[in-house]
Every structure is written in structure tokens, then in C-alpha cells.
Design a protein around this ligand. Structure first.
Ligand SMILES: [Zn+2]
Length: 476
């Protein structure tokens, strides 16, 4: 008996252990920041996240590196507004990939468990904003920095060594696989960038802006998702770049965001816009896209190497809510911008819709003017289609903004409604004409049945319309 009891106890213990580990696995954090974070680890973790959160996480390959490695974009959330976070433009700064992935992982976990991060409501934020991550912009460079020459074809070893000034130590590698510095490739002050004239482990800007495949992929991706805000993570010096040739209005706006990020991270703001040198992703995003962009440097300065793994916990603590904060601001920017552009579009559409009126009312003098003009149908269709299109965009706005557009929608709907009635009546009239003779015949023969009912309704609709419009008609 005692043995049985013990066996049962052991079984209970085992089962509880099993179910606990299953639970832990289902809700655990996948990304381990305590190890060197490689391209293949990232690919495996992306797959795990996609499997764990099929409704929340989306994965896209947005291009290939020069040596054919995939450049992944991973999204989190379901909101109409997008923001864009990226890491590892610079090879030796791959801790920023770890940060991107860890952030993704933590946010997904918080979303599912309805948890807040530093007071930020993940679930609410991800309902109005989608956060897109490209955790490793430069997979070739990262792989070369971590694994050395052996990860590359023999045929290119000689040229890679040359770019590395003959050294076999690739720990200092910053460029992509072809010796181009990806953060000196963007078309913002590119012309004036100094540095090496040929491919190098660091600082070579390339023959022209946006020639590296990795940068092309990023530019196409930005065009596709049209992000409100962007963050390009780097890892040198615990500082924050945010400022590059904004006009005074945007300078003020972006400074306010930067000050908030400074408060969260403790990083010093770089006010001198010449400090970036130009050519960087953020320089381009801020000055060409004219939207807020940030480059947080997440580690203490390390001379020509990757930051030690011990830097990560601090970097995470400082940055854990940064993307949630910027996602909140991104949603506001999205609403403001789209509300303003929709308002203009609705104003124009209202003017167009009012042009329908003469067709269905004032120009009708007698039954002969009761006809469907081609211009009327073209105008009606274009107003209706545009109204549907604007309606879909309006649905994505905050309700306070939606309400402000209701006045325009009402006028347009009214015009469309009258037009539709007119079209129905004309169609009914046409039908009536066609069936008139057979109707009379049926009537005369005294064989009016249920089958003629639809016809009768048509006649009534037509009569109603014409009576309302005081149109005389001689159809019957
Ligand atoms: Zn960097």
C-alpha cells in the first residue's frame, strides 16, 4: 500500500513536471542573448517565433545579401501604421541583431500574456501599429566577423584579406561581404563622405549610393511599408543620433521624440548634425523621407570589435520600451497624416458628387429627358468607387478622426442614393417599355398571374419616382 502511494506520488510529480515544462516551452522566450548570435541562430529563432505566434508574427524575405544570404523582415502586430526597426548594418555590431530579436520575442510574449512593458500596453499598441524588424541587414558581414574566412568561398579569401589590410583577424569587420560600409551607402550627403577609395573592412562608401544589394533591399522595403518612424540600431558609445538637416518644424518634433528616448535609455543626444557624417540610413530617412529616425548606439565604445556579451542586459533594459513608445507615436503620426489627406480627398469628392444632381433632378423637364446619360453613369461610378476607397482608409483611423469626416460622407452618400434611385427608375421604365405590349395582352386575355408580379412592382417603382419628380409620362 505504501509502495502504491509512493508510486502515485512519483507519477503525480512526473506529470506535473511534464506539464510544467510543456507550459514553459509554449510561453518561453526563444532568443538567447548569452551566446554569439549568428545568422543561422537568427533564422532558426525567426521560424520558432512564426510557429509560436502564427496570428501575430509575419516573416518576409526582402532581398539577398551579396553572397546570397536572406535578408529577413519580421513583423509584429496588426495595426495600419508601420514603424521600422533594424540592426547590424555594421558587421561587428551584431549585438543589435540580438536586441532586435529579443525585443520581438519579448513583445510577442507580452502581447499573448497581456503584459505591459515599462507601462506600455503591448496588446493595445500592436493593435494600432505593426512593428517591422529587419534584425540583420548585413548577414555576410556578420558571418565574416564571427566565423572568419572559412564561411566564404576560397576564391574570395585573397580579396577579403586585402580589404582587411592583410590581417586574418576579422573581428574588426564592419562592412558587407564586398567591403562596402552599408551605413555610408544612403543618398544623404553621400558625395561629401571621405574615407577609403576602395573596398575595405570599414568606411568604404561604394562607387555610388545604394549600389550594395543589402541597401537596395532596405530602400525597396521602406518604400513598401512606408514607416512613420525608423530606428537603426548600432552599438558604439551609448549615444543617440536623431538629427540630420530637418527643417525647423521637424527639428522641433524630432527633438521631442529624441528627448523622450534619451530619458528611457540615458544615451546622450548628438546635436551636431555634422557628427553623423552623412550617408547613413537614419540620415537618409530623416532628410529624404522627412520622418523621425533614430540611431541609438547600445553599448559602450569598444575598439574595432564587437561589444562583449555582458553589455546585453543593460542594452535591453535601456531599450526595452523604445519601440513601443515609438510605435505609439507612429500611430499618432499615421492618423494625423492620413486624416489630413483624407479630408482633402473628401472635399474634392464632395464637389464631384454634387455634380450628379443636375442629371437626376433639375434637367428633367418631361419624360423625354428621363434617360441615362453616359457622362452621368461615368461620374456616378467614379464617385462610388472613390467613396468606397476612401471609406476603407477612413476605417483605419482613430474614431475621433472618423467622426470629423462624417459630414462629407453624408453628403456624398445622399448624392449617390438619389442617383441610384434615378438609375433604378430609368431601368424600370425601360423594362416597362419592353414588356408593355405583352402586359396589355396578358391583361386583355385576363390571365394575370403571380408571374407578372415582378413586372407590376417595377411599374410601381417607376410611377413613384416620376410622381416625386413631377414628371409627366406617357408610358401607360
Ligand atoms: Zn555602426
Amino acid at each position: 500500500m505504501r509502495r502504491l502511494k509512493a508510486t502515485i506520488m512519483i507519477l503525480i510529480f512526473l506529470f506535473s513536471g511534464l506539464s510544467f515544462s510543456e507550459y514553459a516551452q509554449a510561453s518561453s522566450i526563444f532568443v538567447n542573448p548569452k551566446h554569439v548570435y549568428t545568422y543561422s541562430k537568427m533564422v532558426a529563432d525567426i521560424q520558432k517565433l512564426k510557429r509560436a505566434y502564427p496570428q501575430l508574427v509575419n516573416v518576409k524575405v526582402i532581398g539577398k545579401s551579396e553572397y546570397g544570404r536572406n535578408i529577413y523582415a519580421v513583423s509584429l502586430g496588426k495595426g495600419p501604421a508601420n514603424i521600422f526597426i533594424n540592426g547590424s548594418h555594421h558587421a561587428r555590431e551584431w549585438m543589435t541583431t540580438t536586441l532586435n530579436m529579443y525585443m520581438l520575442d519579448q513583445y510577442a510574449d507580452a502581447y499573448t500574456k497581456n503584459k505591459k512593458i515599462n507601462g506600455y500596453d503591448t496588446k493595445k499598441i500592436l493593435a494600432s501599429t505593426t512593428i517591422w524588424f529587419v534584425p540583420m541587414v548585413n548577414p555576410d558581414g556578420v558571418t565574416l566577423q564571427q566565423s572568419g574566412l572559412k564561411a566564404f568561398p576560397k576564391s574570395v579569401h585573397k580579396s577579403l584579406l586585402k580589404m582587411n589590410n592583410g590581417s586574418k583577424n576579422f573581428k574588426r569587420w564592419k562592412a558587407n561581404g564586398k567591403g562596402i560600409d552599408l551605413n555610408r551607402q544612403y543618398d544623404a550627403g553621400w558625395k561629401n563622405l571621405k574615407g577609403p577609395k576602395k573596398p575595405s573592412y570599414t568606411d568604404y562608401k561604394g562607387k555610388a549610393p545604394a549600389t550594395a544589394t543589402e541597401v537596395k533591399a532596405i530602400l525597396n522595403f521602406v518604400k513598401a511599408i512606408d514607416p512613420e518612424v525608423a530606428v537603426s540600431y548600432h552599438s558604439t558609445g551609448k549615444i543617440l543620433y536623431w538629427n540630420y538637416k530637418q527643417d525647423s518644424k521637424r527639428y522641433k518634433r524630432d527633438l521631442a521624440y529624441a528627448q523622450k528616448v534619451r530619458k528611457m535609455t540615458g544615451y546622450s543626444l548628438i546635436y551636431n548634425s555634422k557628427a553623423t557624417g552623412g550617408g547613413g540610413f537614419t540620415d537618409w530617412f530623416v532628410s529624404v523621407k522627412k520622418r523621425p529616425g533614430f540611431t541609438p548606439e547600445i553599448s559602450k565604445s569598444v575598439y574595432e570589435n564587437s561589444p562583449p556579451l555582458s553589455e546585453f542586459p543593460k542594452a535591453w533594459k535601456e531599450n526595452q520600451a523604445v519601440s513601443l513608445y515609438l510605435a505609439t507615436e507612429g500611430s499618432k503620426l499615421y492618423n494625423e497624416r492620413n486624416y489630413n489627406s483624407l479630408k482633402t480627398k473628401y472635399k474634392n469628392l464632395q464637389t464631384q458628387a454634387k455634380k450628379l444632381q443636375p442629371y437626376y433632378s433639375s434637367s428633367i423637364k418631361n419624360v423625354d429627358s428621363l434617360r441615362m446619360e453616359k457622362n452621368f453613369i461615368t461620374l456616378y461610378n467614379s464617385v462610388k468607387n472613390e467613396s468606397n476607397r476612401l471609406g476603407q482608409q477612413t476605417d483605419k483611423l482613430y474614431s475621433v478622426n472618423r467622426k470629423k469626416l462624417e459630414g462629407y460622407q453624408k453628403v456624398i452618400k445622399l448624392q449617390l442614393g438619389y442617383s441610384e434611385k434615378y438609375i433604378t427608375a430609368i431601368n424600370a421604365g425601360e423594362k416597362l417599355k419592353t414588356f408593355q405590349s405583352s402586359y396589355i395582352k396578358t391583361f386583355e386575355a385576363g390571365t394575370l398571374t403571380d408571374a407578372t408580379d415582378g413586372f407590376t412592382t417595377t411599374a410601381i417603382n417607376h410611377t413613384h419616382y416620376c410622381r416625386n419628380k413631377n414628371v409627366e409620362h406617357s408610358l401607360w
